[in-house]
Design a protein around this ligand. Structure first.
Ligand code: MN3
Length: 200
């Protein structure tokens, strides 16, 4: 049983004007599909081929060294992009509501305080990587930045929301203007999905 790259849950141009069609085509069809293929190639014939991607990433540090780098990079890339497409929506934006909205306000002072903290981390991340809203085992929210395709699961946190800060995610439209991409991202967040992840 091997991993597949899920289809996008919306059309390639559905996130315009914030993320353009060409970026989505290359990002999903080339980058995401490439991570999935490399993950499958690495696991083929190994004892770990039947495991879920979540279990592989949670247990990354106990994998055999021959598999660890491939699972970290390609498996991380596979999982991170699966989540990324899900937490975006053409009908996204607005503010988090309900229990997640309350938790963000209590953790960051207010919803706007969360936006500012998240934006600052994302603007400040050096090189390629991700910035995440995560929860720990007690449900406490915090922000985490990871390099490359690393994922909070490996450190015992559960990712609820993440922004892809590799240049392939925004360079065609925004070039070096990463802050504008981050601002656009907030117009696309599927808070209903993020709220479901928070409560699950
Ligand atoms: Mn990407």
């Amino acid at each position: 049983m091997s991993f597949i790259t899920p289809d996008l849950p919306y059309a390639y141009d559905a996130l315009e004007p914030y993320i353009d069609r060409k970026t989505m085509e290359v990002h999903h069809d080339k980058h995401h599909t490439g991570y999935t293929a490399k993950l499958n190639a690495a696991l083929e014939g190994s004892d770990y081929a039947g495991k879920s991607i979540e279990d592989l990433l949670k247990g990354l540090n106990s994998l055999p060294e021959s598999l660890r780098t491939a699972v970290r990079n390609a498996g991380g890339g596979h999982f991170n992009h699966n989540l990324f497409w899900e937490i975006l929506s053409p009908r996204g934006g607005g503010k988090a509501e309900g229990k997640l909205g309350d938790a963000l306000a209590s953790s960051f002072g207010s919803y706007d305080g969360f936006v500012k903290s998240f934006t600052d981390r994302a603007v400040g991340l050096f090189g390629s990587g991700w910035v995440w809203l995560v929860k720990d085992g007690a449900g406490t929210l915090s922000l985490e930045a990871t390099p490359n395709q690393d994922n909070p699961l490996t450190g015992g946190k559960i990712p609820l929301l993440g922004i892809d800060l590799w240049e392939h995610a925004y360079y065609l439209k925004y070039q070096n203007r990463r802050p504008e991409y981050i601002e656009g991202f907030f117009h696309l967040i599927n808070w209903e999905k993020v709220g479901d992840l928070y409560l699950s």
